[in-house]
Design a protein around this ligand. Structure first.
Ligand code: ADP
Length: 400
């Protein structure tokens, strides 16, 4: 029997609520509905709107038809993976609210509001940090006193849903169903180290409003560009990316106050800060074409940093089988992709024109390229729905 479950995936912003309703079957899954609300001031009203939309459109006739509501929370203290979002987990998110101030508070409020409205439906969270559970401690540790580390000053990693999707899909496209299956089971089985056998070495570049690069060996993340907060790693659209930490006390002593510094690091930096033009790469290209040198520099900084993290990844993996580009910039920006792939013949990369296209992917490398270059469209909501449905299955099995 092909039993199905209905999972409502919700993305909670500080002023928005977006939702997708998925029907997950044992074989195949489908998106039944998609919607959202902007300028949300109170989640109760937004949730009522979401639920009545699903009912009016005939996707559910009763709330009990929802098998789960699933979310993509960012970070919590001592909790990761795909978990039931009970009070303990919400408190653990509260403890780390200062690490993700724009994300954790709306999630905590939103999940509480959903729980009130749907007390009998499990609330499931797939943490963005989940894919990085197996990073080596030598990679997650900063050179800081133990006390700082114990307070959470370490590399955590984000964009986990997206990179996990790429890990699974790239393995499928490369004919390695053993690895794809392993990725599917990552949060179900407690796997702790890469599988034996022939290695599969993939670098996943998620380049969008926020960007990160992950080195994936045999389906497991072993290198990742995000650090302790989503302001780290590559220069982001308007967020700072990695800088020397001593810049902050230096600027404080220069007379800038902490609030100004924080605002500038989170809203006026990254590609916007360098270019002075926009936080959208399309505008930056346009300005660069008209001779704006800061715009050109912003693009060059982004390319250089992507290459830096690809380098770190291939170093750890002893080579490369596939380089994958995903998200808004990764899937669309041929200029950035071509620049990133320049002079990488030592890695076996030979670029061609699009020589193969399929469901949500393209192969950009030449057929003689030993390392393949792909674009793959990431579908984060689907990853969340899939993980939530695996969670339901695992926990029902346990109960049986
Ligand atoms: P987010 O990371 O906010 O979810 P996306 O992954 O959609 O968003 O990425 C958004 C960014 O992708 C935009 O800011 C823009 O810079 C870039 N982008 C989107 N479409 C294109 C395109 N056709 N060409 C170049 N860049 C694009």
């Amino acid at each position: 029997m092909n039993r199905s479950v209905k999972i409502l995936v919700c993305n909670l912003g500080s002023t928005s609520l977006k939702f997708c309703l998925y029907q997950m079957m044992e074989v195949g899954d489908s998106l039944l509905a998609k919607g959202g609300l902007e300028r949300v001031t109170d989640y109760q009203t937004a949730i009522d709107y979401c639920v009545s939309t699903l009912m009016d459109e005939g996707h559910i006739s009763d709330l009990s038809e929802l098998d789960a509501v699933a979310f993509k929370p960012v970070i919590a203290e001592n909790v990761t993976g795909c978990v039931l979002m009970d009070d303990e987990v919400l408190q653990a998110m509260e403890s780390f609210a200062a690490i993700a101030p724009a994300h954790n508070p709306p999630y905590i409020n939103g999940v509480r509001a959903f729980t009130q409205k749907l007390p009998n439906v499990p609330m499931i969270g797939l943490f963005e940090t989940a894919f990085y559970q197996w990073l080596d401690p030598a990679f997650t540790r900063y050179g800081v006193p133990q006390d700082w580390h114990d307070r959470g000053v370490r590399r955590w990693g984000f964009h986990g849903a997206s990179h996990k999707y790429i890990a699974e899909r790239s393995a499928e496209l490369l004919g390695r169903n053993d690895i794809a299956e392993r990725v599917r089971q990552l949060y179900i089985n407690d796997t702790s180290s890469p599988v034996d056998g022939k290695d599969l070495r993939v670098v996943s570049c998620h380049l969008g409003g926020s960007s990160s690069v992950t080195g994936v060996l045999n389906g497991v993340a072993i290198v990742h560009s995000f650090g302790m907060t989503p302001q780290s790693g590559l220069p982001q659209n308007n967020r700072v990316g990695d800088i020397d930490s001593m810049a902050v006390p230096y600027l404080l002593r220069q007379g800038l106050d902490l609030e100004t510094i924080e605002r500038q690091m989170t809203k006026e930096s990254g590609l916007f800060g360098i270019s002075g033009v926009s936080n959208d790469v399309r505008d930056i290209h346009e300005a660069a074409q008209q001779g704006n040198q800061r715009a050109e520099l912003a693009l060059n900084v982004l390319v250089r940093d992507i290459r830096r993290w690809i380098g770190a990844s291939v170093m750890e993996m002893n080579g490369l089988d596939a380089l994958v580009f995903t998200a808004g910039i990764g899937e669309n920006d041929d200029f950035i992709r071509s620049k990133v792939c320049e002079n990488l013949d030592f890695l076996g990369i030979k670029m061609g024109t699009v020589n193969e296209e399929g469901d949500g992917y393209q192969v950009l490398s030449h057929e003689k390229s030993t390392a393949k270059v792909f674009t793959i469209s990431t579908v984060e909501e689907l990853v969340i729905a899939r993980e939530a449905s695996r969670w339901l299955k695992k926990n029902k099995l346990k109960a049986a």
